[in-house]
Design a protein around this ligand. Structure first.
Ligand SMILES: CC(=O)SCCNC(=O)CCNC(=O)[C@H](O)C(C)(C)COP(=O)(O)OP(=O)(O)OC[C@H]1O[C@@H](n2cnc3c(N)ncnc32)[C@H](O)[C@@H]1OP(=O)(O)O
Ligand SMILES: O=C(O)CCC(=O)C(=O)O
Ligand SMILES: [Zn+2]
Length: 481
């Protein structure tokens, strides 16, 4: 059973604790004023020798000049589960499922929903029309090749905008469509002007941007910007980019175009969330996501992971923008539709995302959840869980469970030792722990543990040991609470 569904969480009622404020204003030791080292005197400076001692300590959290272009707290999500996500190996979405996903994403609050090309099949075209007629708050986009045939079909579907793409790397120019940059530029202008003439949004994107020639890229982006494209898109189609490359390309592009900048990042090397964050820092305005990151191969920036990362940066902004409590429901909907499980380490909704285990962690979490949590589970409609029945537990965690059960135990350390003894053989379920605590409690009430109770504990221990001998050595991540 998933811990977040368990209203019986050991620490569920401790979430109202006071957060410890960040300690701004302390020296970070890098300017030589706090660690006893002498500052190096620069040639030609006329500062008094002790000037550094009078300087205000540097605030490491203060805004820097580069933060002025950052869109970490000013971005849009282009949710592409119904386009990129349909390219996931397991995906088949019938109309009903597409409508359910579109409605859920809209209720969550994404700004855009991107749909498969209506040129892909007759049903894709009909589904696109159906979703356009739902009257959702989110803008509906469809995604097409840079080709007039596709554009003519797309503008008739009722979409709010069209995302146009064409490969610009030498790989794709040679092995995919076979067109040179002159032809690509000419066709892009034709398609963009046609879509614009229909009064809807248009975006132009270069596929495989990070393996394309920078001069080719900047030149075509400048051209389409001048003719009034709404957005230009950068795509890390093969997931080869690292954060520094993303920062550099977006930053450079920001200085040559005035329109919005979208980014689409594949996750082949696990960089998709970090790259999205970096793109926003460099001035990107729109991020492509899909639920659980589904897409070609291992997919793209996952919606939930991106939201976790941006919430960590500015919780109030993200909470005000999205209905965060819906994330779990949306992920379950999509996971079921494409027949996958939600990974145990998924940000926010993973099985263990808000479970704390080691005694040291448990104690601090129970005192103040911010000690070991950057995300507040309650902001996502979830609960934290303190795991107790294992050999890494400590008396503080045990005491908290004792209090939750309304028991009166004075020797928490003794009962903790007993839990560890049993857990040295195998992990104890919460039921096992509770039974043990109740046995101790009744023993204390009657003056000492009754003979029968001691025997019961010993029997339990013997049974665990016998079971353990017959079991494989590998520990399970499952809890049976
Ligand atoms: C990186 C991405 O994910 S981009 C988005 C990918 N999405 C899709 O592919 C949507 C689903 N695709 C489809 O249904 C089909 O591939 C269609 C309808 C688009 C095209 O089908 P077909 O005409 O049978 O061509 P096929 O898929 O075999 O090859 C792609 C064709 O598009 C051309 N092409 C590829 N990319 C582009 C582009 N960005 N712009 C213009 N033409 C392109 C290729 O040259 C090739 O043309 P050809 O008919 O001269 O060989
Ligand atoms: O249109 C785009 O920006 C991206 C297309 C795509 O899916 C990709 O390049 O991986
Ligand atoms: Zn893609």
């Amino acid at each position: 059973m998933c811990p977040h569904q368990n209203g019986d969480s050991a620490a569920a009622d401790k979430s109202e604790m006071v957060a410890v404020p960040l300690q701004n204003g302390h020296s970070n030791g890098v300017n030589g004023s706090s660690n006893g080292t002498q500052p190096i005197k620069k040639r030609g400076t006329t500062r008094a020798p002790d000037a550094h001692l009078k300087r205000e300590p540097r605030n490491p959290y203060a805004a820097r000049a580069s933060d002025l272009i950052s869109n970490i707290s000013n971005f849009n999500i282009i949710e592409s589960t119904l386009r990129e996500g349909e390219q996931f190996a397991n995906a088949f979405f019938d109309t009903k499922t597409k409508v359910a996903i579109a409605k859920a994403l809209d209720a969550f609050g994404v700004e855009y929903i991107e749909l498969t090309s209506p040129a892909a099949s007759e049903q894709s075209r009909l589904d696109c029309e159906t979703i356009c007629k739902l009257g959702l708050r989110a803008k509906i986009l469809t995604h097409i090749r840079c080709h007039m045939d596709d554009a003519r079909i797309a503008v008739e579907t009722g979409v709010d905008g069209v995302d146009v793409v064409i490969g610009t790397s030498s790989f794709l120019r040679e092995f995919s469509h076979g067109k040179d940059m002159t032809y690509i530029t000419k066709t892009a202008i034709e398609v963009i002007e046609f879509v614009k003439s229909k009064g809807i949004e248009v975006r132009f994107s270069s596929e495989d941007s990070f393996r394309s020639d920078l001069v080719d890229l900047l030149s075509i982006y400048q051209t389409v910007d001048k003719i009034g494209v709404n957005r230009v898109g950068i795509a890390d189609t093969v997931g080869c980019a690292n954060p520094r490359q993303v920062y550099d390309l977006v930053r450079t592009l920001r200085s040559v175009v005035s329109c919005d900048i979208e980014i689409h990042l594949h996750n082949d090397t696990g960089m998709a969330i970090a790259n999205a964050y970096t793109a926003l820092e460099a001035g990107a305005t729109h991020i492509d996501t899909s639920v659980l990151g589904i897409g070609e191969r291992v997919g793209i920036t996952p919606l939930g992971g991106l939201v976790a990362c941006l919430y960590a940066a500015n919780p109030e902004y993200v909470k005000a923008k999205y209905n965060l409590a819906m994330l779990r429901e949306i992920e379950n909907l999509v996971a079921e539709a494409v027949e996958v499980n939600i990974p145990f380490m998924n940000p926010i909704t993973g099985y263990c995302a808000f479970t704390h285990k080691a005694g040291i962690h448990a104690k601090a979490i129970l005192n103040n959840p911010s000690t070991y949590e950057i995300l507040k589970p309650e902001d996502f409609g979830l609960t934290r869980y303190v795991s107790i029945g294992h050999r890494l537990t400590g008396w503080n965690a045990v005491k908290s469970r004792v209090e939750q059960l309304g028991l009166a135990l004075t020797d928490d350390e003794d009962v903790t030792a007993k839990i560890k003894e049993l857990a040295d053989v195998r992990t104890q379920s919460m039921d096992d722990v509770d039974t043990l605590l109740r046995v101790y409690h009744s023993g204390i009430q009657s003056g000492e543990l009754a003979v029968g109770q001691k025997e019961a504990l010993d029997r339990l221990l013997r049974r665990h040991k016998a079971e353990a001998q017959g079991r494989a050595a590998s520990p399970s991540l499952e809890r049976d609470d």
